[in-house]
Design a binder for this molecule. Structure first.
Ligand SMILES: C[S@@+](CC[C@H](N)C(=O)[O-])C[C@H]1O[C@@H](n2cnc3c(N)ncnc32)[C@H](O)[C@@H]1O
Length: 289
Protein backbone atom coordinates (compact mmCIF):
# COMPACT_ATOMS: atom_id res chain seq x y z
CA UNK A 1 0.00 0.00 0.00
CA UNK A 2 1.20 3.55 -0.75
CA UNK A 3 0.60 6.73 1.20
CA UNK A 4 0.64 9.91 -0.85
CA UNK A 5 0.85 13.10 1.20
CA UNK A 6 0.27 16.66 0.12
CA UNK A 7 -0.11 19.78 2.26
CA UNK A 8 -3.17 21.84 1.37
CA UNK A 9 -5.54 24.42 2.88
CA UNK A 10 -8.28 22.57 4.80
CA UNK A 11 -11.00 24.35 2.82
CA UNK A 12 -9.46 23.03 -0.40
CA UNK A 13 -9.29 19.50 1.05
CA UNK A 14 -13.00 19.61 1.89
CA UNK A 15 -13.75 20.65 -1.70
CA UNK A 16 -11.40 18.14 -3.29
CA UNK A 17 -12.35 14.94 -1.40
CA UNK A 18 -15.58 14.30 -3.38
CA UNK A 19 -13.57 14.69 -6.61
CA UNK A 20 -10.90 12.23 -5.40
CA UNK A 21 -13.67 9.79 -4.52
CA UNK A 22 -15.22 10.13 -7.98
CA UNK A 23 -11.84 9.27 -9.52
CA UNK A 24 -11.44 6.13 -7.41
CA UNK A 25 -9.32 7.50 -4.53
CA UNK A 26 -11.55 6.20 -1.77
CA UNK A 27 -9.12 6.11 1.15
CA UNK A 28 -8.15 9.55 2.35
CA UNK A 29 -7.32 10.97 5.74
CA UNK A 30 -6.57 14.39 7.19
CA UNK A 31 -6.67 15.93 10.60
CA UNK A 32 -8.70 19.08 11.00
CA UNK A 33 -6.44 21.64 12.75
CA UNK A 34 -8.13 22.57 16.03
CA UNK A 35 -7.72 25.29 18.63
CA UNK A 36 -8.54 24.58 22.25
CA UNK A 37 -10.64 27.34 23.78
CA UNK A 38 -12.39 27.71 27.11
CA UNK A 39 -16.12 28.12 27.29
CA UNK A 40 -18.83 27.94 29.97
CA UNK A 41 -18.53 24.11 30.08
CA UNK A 42 -14.74 23.99 30.36
CA UNK A 43 -12.73 23.31 27.21
CA UNK A 44 -13.97 23.22 23.65
CA UNK A 45 -12.37 22.65 20.26
CA UNK A 46 -12.85 25.01 17.36
CA UNK A 47 -11.67 24.46 13.84
CA UNK A 48 -8.76 26.74 12.95
CA UNK A 49 -9.67 28.86 9.96
CA UNK A 50 -7.38 29.33 6.94
CA UNK A 51 -4.95 26.61 8.03
CA UNK A 52 -3.12 24.06 5.93
CA UNK A 53 -2.88 20.40 6.85
CA UNK A 54 -1.57 17.12 5.41
CA UNK A 55 -3.94 15.19 3.20
CA UNK A 56 -3.03 11.50 2.99
CA UNK A 57 -4.31 9.40 0.11
CA UNK A 58 -3.92 5.62 0.34
CA UNK A 59 -3.73 3.42 -2.76
CA UNK A 60 -2.84 -0.21 -3.39
CA UNK A 61 -0.83 0.08 -6.60
CA UNK A 62 1.25 3.13 -7.36
CA UNK A 63 1.87 3.72 -11.05
CA UNK A 64 4.58 6.37 -10.82
CA UNK A 65 4.18 8.75 -13.76
CA UNK A 66 0.52 8.12 -14.53
CA UNK A 67 -0.59 8.45 -10.92
CA UNK A 68 1.45 11.59 -10.39
CA UNK A 69 -0.01 13.30 -13.47
CA UNK A 70 -3.52 12.38 -12.42
CA UNK A 71 -3.09 13.68 -8.87
CA UNK A 72 -1.21 16.84 -9.84
CA UNK A 73 -4.08 17.72 -12.17
CA UNK A 74 -6.84 16.80 -9.72
CA UNK A 75 -5.28 18.61 -6.78
CA UNK A 76 -4.06 21.50 -8.90
CA UNK A 77 -0.63 21.49 -7.26
CA UNK A 78 3.02 21.65 -8.07
CA UNK A 79 4.36 18.15 -8.77
CA UNK A 80 7.22 18.53 -6.23
CA UNK A 81 4.74 18.89 -3.34
CA UNK A 82 3.62 15.23 -3.58
CA UNK A 83 5.37 12.88 -1.15
CA UNK A 84 4.94 9.17 -1.79
CA UNK A 85 5.81 6.49 0.76
CA UNK A 86 5.30 2.75 0.72
CA UNK A 87 3.40 1.62 3.82
CA UNK A 88 3.94 -1.87 5.12
CA UNK A 89 0.43 -3.30 5.39
CA UNK A 90 1.36 -5.41 8.38
CA UNK A 91 2.32 -2.25 10.26
CA UNK A 92 -0.59 -0.32 8.90
CA UNK A 93 -3.04 -1.17 11.62
CA UNK A 94 -6.35 0.46 10.92
CA UNK A 95 -8.71 0.05 13.81
CA UNK A 96 -12.39 0.26 13.13
CA UNK A 97 -14.99 1.18 15.68
CA UNK A 98 -18.40 -0.40 15.55
CA UNK A 99 -20.81 1.60 13.42
CA UNK A 100 -24.37 1.98 14.62
CA UNK A 101 -26.78 2.32 11.73
CA UNK A 102 -30.06 4.19 11.92
CA UNK A 103 -32.26 1.12 11.80
CA UNK A 104 -30.88 -0.69 14.86
CA UNK A 105 -28.23 -2.61 12.92
CA UNK A 106 -24.54 -2.46 13.71
CA UNK A 107 -21.43 -3.05 11.61
CA UNK A 108 -18.94 -4.73 13.88
CA UNK A 109 -15.56 -6.47 13.74
CA UNK A 110 -14.86 -10.17 14.42
CA UNK A 111 -13.42 -9.13 17.82
CA UNK A 112 -16.59 -7.53 19.12
CA UNK A 113 -19.26 -9.38 17.13
CA UNK A 114 -20.39 -11.35 20.17
CA UNK A 115 -21.58 -8.17 21.88
CA UNK A 116 -24.43 -7.83 19.42
CA UNK A 117 -27.66 -9.55 18.48
CA UNK A 118 -26.87 -11.99 15.65
CA UNK A 119 -30.02 -10.94 13.76
CA UNK A 120 -28.99 -7.28 13.54
CA UNK A 121 -25.28 -7.26 12.91
CA UNK A 122 -22.96 -7.20 9.90
CA UNK A 123 -19.46 -8.48 10.63
CA UNK A 124 -16.69 -6.87 8.59
CA UNK A 125 -12.96 -7.37 8.73
CA UNK A 126 -11.71 -4.75 6.29
CA UNK A 127 -9.17 -6.01 3.78
CA UNK A 128 -8.73 -2.64 2.11
CA UNK A 129 -11.55 -2.52 -0.43
CA UNK A 130 -14.13 0.24 -0.23
CA UNK A 131 -17.14 -0.41 1.99
CA UNK A 132 -16.48 -0.36 5.72
CA UNK A 133 -19.64 1.57 6.56
CA UNK A 134 -17.69 4.73 7.36
CA UNK A 135 -18.67 6.47 4.17
CA UNK A 136 -22.06 8.17 3.90
CA UNK A 137 -22.87 6.42 0.61
CA UNK A 138 -22.43 2.92 2.08
CA UNK A 139 -24.47 3.78 5.16
CA UNK A 140 -27.31 5.26 3.13
CA UNK A 141 -27.42 2.23 0.79
CA UNK A 142 -27.57 0.03 3.90
CA UNK A 143 -30.40 2.17 5.25
CA UNK A 144 -32.51 1.17 2.22
CA UNK A 145 -31.35 -2.45 2.05
CA UNK A 146 -31.81 -3.29 5.72
CA UNK A 147 -35.38 -1.96 5.63
CA UNK A 148 -36.33 -4.46 2.88
CA UNK A 149 -37.23 -8.11 2.82
CA UNK A 150 -35.10 -9.77 0.12
CA UNK A 151 -36.38 -13.31 0.64
CA UNK A 152 -36.41 -15.18 -2.68
CA UNK A 153 -35.05 -12.21 -4.66
CA UNK A 154 -32.03 -11.81 -6.93
CA UNK A 155 -29.51 -8.98 -6.52
CA UNK A 156 -26.67 -7.47 -8.58
CA UNK A 157 -24.17 -5.53 -6.48
CA UNK A 158 -22.22 -3.43 -8.97
CA UNK A 159 -18.98 -1.91 -7.69
CA UNK A 160 -19.24 -4.28 -4.74
CA UNK A 161 -15.91 -3.39 -3.05
CA UNK A 162 -15.84 -5.20 0.30
CA UNK A 163 -19.22 -6.74 -0.53
CA UNK A 164 -20.89 -5.05 2.44
CA UNK A 165 -24.13 -4.34 0.54
CA UNK A 166 -24.31 -7.95 -0.65
CA UNK A 167 -23.80 -9.22 2.88
CA UNK A 168 -26.69 -7.03 4.02
CA UNK A 169 -28.94 -8.37 1.23
CA UNK A 170 -27.90 -11.95 2.05
CA UNK A 171 -28.71 -11.44 5.73
CA UNK A 172 -32.11 -10.14 4.63
CA UNK A 173 -32.73 -13.36 2.70
CA UNK A 174 -31.69 -12.69 -0.92
CA UNK A 175 -31.71 -15.91 -2.95
CA UNK A 176 -28.96 -15.15 -5.48
CA UNK A 177 -26.38 -12.39 -5.39
CA UNK A 178 -23.97 -11.53 -8.17
CA UNK A 179 -21.24 -9.00 -7.42
CA UNK A 180 -19.23 -7.09 -10.01
CA UNK A 181 -16.07 -5.03 -9.55
CA UNK A 182 -13.19 -3.71 -11.63
CA UNK A 183 -10.84 -4.73 -8.77
CA UNK A 184 -10.01 -8.32 -7.80
CA UNK A 185 -12.28 -8.42 -4.75
CA UNK A 186 -13.23 -12.11 -4.71
CA UNK A 187 -11.04 -13.11 -1.76
CA UNK A 188 -12.30 -10.27 0.42
CA UNK A 189 -15.97 -10.78 -0.44
CA UNK A 190 -15.85 -14.52 0.22
CA UNK A 191 -14.11 -13.88 3.54
CA UNK A 192 -16.80 -11.38 4.60
CA UNK A 193 -19.50 -13.94 3.58
CA UNK A 194 -17.83 -16.54 5.77
CA UNK A 195 -17.67 -14.16 8.75
CA UNK A 196 -21.41 -13.55 8.42
CA UNK A 197 -22.37 -17.17 7.89
CA UNK A 198 -23.99 -16.49 4.52
CA UNK A 199 -23.43 -18.58 1.42
CA UNK A 200 -20.65 -17.26 -0.86
CA UNK A 201 -21.96 -14.83 -3.46
CA UNK A 202 -20.87 -14.93 -7.12
CA UNK A 203 -18.01 -12.56 -7.90
CA UNK A 204 -17.34 -11.23 -11.40
CA UNK A 205 -14.18 -9.25 -12.09
CA UNK A 206 -14.78 -6.79 -14.92
CA UNK A 207 -14.75 -3.14 -15.92
CA UNK A 208 -18.44 -2.56 -16.52
CA UNK A 209 -17.88 0.70 -18.36
CA UNK A 210 -15.42 -0.67 -20.92
CA UNK A 211 -17.06 -4.07 -21.36
CA UNK A 212 -20.59 -3.85 -22.72
CA UNK A 213 -23.30 -6.39 -21.90
CA UNK A 214 -21.39 -8.26 -19.18
CA UNK A 215 -24.66 -8.31 -17.27
CA UNK A 216 -27.11 -10.13 -19.49
CA UNK A 217 -29.71 -11.00 -16.92
CA UNK A 218 -32.54 -9.16 -15.14
CA UNK A 219 -32.31 -8.87 -11.37
CA UNK A 220 -34.99 -7.97 -8.85
CA UNK A 221 -32.60 -5.44 -7.31
CA UNK A 222 -29.49 -3.63 -8.54
CA UNK A 223 -27.15 -1.74 -6.19
CA UNK A 224 -24.78 0.74 -7.83
CA UNK A 225 -22.60 3.01 -5.69
CA UNK A 226 -19.72 4.40 -7.74
CA UNK A 227 -20.06 8.02 -8.91
CA UNK A 228 -22.46 10.12 -10.98
CA UNK A 229 -20.71 9.71 -14.33
CA UNK A 230 -19.64 6.11 -13.68
CA UNK A 231 -23.22 5.19 -12.70
CA UNK A 232 -24.55 6.68 -15.94
CA UNK A 233 -21.88 4.94 -18.03
CA UNK A 234 -22.58 1.55 -16.42
CA UNK A 235 -26.36 1.90 -16.78
CA UNK A 236 -25.79 2.53 -20.50
CA UNK A 237 -23.02 -0.02 -21.16
CA UNK A 238 -25.00 -2.76 -19.41
CA UNK A 239 -28.38 -1.58 -20.79
CA UNK A 240 -29.81 -1.81 -17.29
CA UNK A 241 -32.60 0.68 -17.88
CA UNK A 242 -34.37 -1.86 -20.10
CA UNK A 243 -35.01 -3.90 -16.92
CA UNK A 244 -38.36 -2.42 -16.02
CA UNK A 245 -39.07 -4.80 -13.13
CA UNK A 246 -35.82 -4.04 -11.34
CA UNK A 247 -35.59 -1.79 -8.27
CA UNK A 248 -32.38 0.27 -8.26
CA UNK A 249 -30.40 1.76 -5.40
CA UNK A 250 -27.99 4.35 -6.81
CA UNK A 251 -25.39 6.15 -4.73
CA UNK A 252 -22.03 7.92 -4.94
CA UNK A 253 -23.75 10.95 -6.50
CA UNK A 254 -23.37 14.52 -5.28
CA UNK A 255 -26.13 16.97 -4.44
CA UNK A 256 -25.10 19.21 -7.35
CA UNK A 257 -25.12 16.51 -10.03
CA UNK A 258 -27.37 13.61 -8.98
CA UNK A 259 -30.03 14.99 -11.36
CA UNK A 260 -27.86 13.71 -14.24
CA UNK A 261 -28.66 10.18 -13.04
CA UNK A 262 -32.25 10.94 -12.04
CA UNK A 263 -33.02 12.32 -15.53
CA UNK A 264 -32.01 9.13 -17.35
CA UNK A 265 -34.17 7.03 -15.02
CA UNK A 266 -37.17 9.35 -15.55
CA UNK A 267 -36.65 9.21 -19.33
CA UNK A 268 -36.65 5.42 -19.14
CA UNK A 269 -40.01 5.41 -17.29
CA UNK A 270 -38.75 5.00 -13.70
CA UNK A 271 -39.85 7.03 -10.69
CA UNK A 272 -37.69 8.37 -7.88
CA UNK A 273 -39.30 6.57 -4.95
CA UNK A 274 -36.98 7.65 -2.15
CA UNK A 275 -33.98 9.88 -1.75
CA UNK A 276 -31.58 10.19 1.16
CA UNK A 277 -28.82 12.75 1.51
CA UNK A 278 -25.94 12.74 4.01
CA UNK A 279 -23.65 15.73 3.74
CA UNK A 280 -23.23 16.22 -0.01
CA UNK A 281 -23.80 12.55 -0.91
CA UNK A 282 -27.10 11.48 -2.46
CA UNK A 283 -28.62 7.99 -2.56
CA UNK A 284 -31.78 7.26 -4.57
CA UNK A 285 -34.20 4.39 -4.97
CA UNK A 286 -35.80 4.06 -8.42
CA UNK A 287 -38.51 1.73 -9.73
CA UNK A 288 -41.12 1.87 -12.43
CA UNK A 289 -44.16 1.07 -10.28
C1 LIG B 1 -17.61 3.56 -3.78
S1 LIG B 1 -17.10 1.91 -3.91
C2 LIG B 1 -18.58 1.07 -3.36
C3 LIG B 1 -18.31 -0.14 -2.52
C4 LIG B 1 -19.54 -0.74 -1.85
N1 LIG B 1 -20.51 -1.18 -2.83
C5 LIG B 1 -20.20 0.26 -0.93
O1 LIG B 1 -21.32 0.68 -1.20
O2 LIG B 1 -19.58 0.63 0.08
C6 LIG B 1 -17.12 1.71 -5.67
C7 LIG B 1 -16.60 0.39 -6.16
O3 LIG B 1 -16.80 0.36 -7.58
C8 LIG B 1 -15.70 -0.25 -8.21
N2 LIG B 1 -15.65 0.27 -9.59
C9 LIG B 1 -15.20 1.48 -9.99
N3 LIG B 1 -15.28 1.60 -11.34
C10 LIG B 1 -15.79 0.42 -11.79
C11 LIG B 1 -16.08 -0.10 -13.10
N4 LIG B 1 -15.85 0.64 -14.21
N5 LIG B 1 -16.58 -1.36 -13.22
C12 LIG B 1 -16.80 -2.10 -12.10
N6 LIG B 1 -16.53 -1.67 -10.84
C13 LIG B 1 -16.04 -0.43 -10.68
C14 LIG B 1 -14.51 0.16 -7.34
O4 LIG B 1 -13.43 -0.76 -7.50
C15 LIG B 1 -15.11 0.14 -5.92
O5 LIG B 1 -14.93 -1.10 -5.30
Amino acid sequence: MYEITVRLPTKKIERIIPHLYQKGYYHTFYEVPLDVVTDANGYAFVEKKNETTDLNIYINDFVEAKERRKLVELLDINESSLVVKEVNEQNYQQTFDDIFLENGWVITTPNSMNHYDITRRIVLDSQGNFGTGYHETTRDCLHFILNQDFRGLSVADIGAGSGVLSIAAALKGARTIDTYDIQPVEREIHYQCELNGVKPVNVFHSDLIKNNNVINKEYDWVFLNIGTQENRDILNAQRLLTCKNTTFILSGMLEWNFQLVESIFIEAGFKLKEKKQSNEWVTCLFKTK
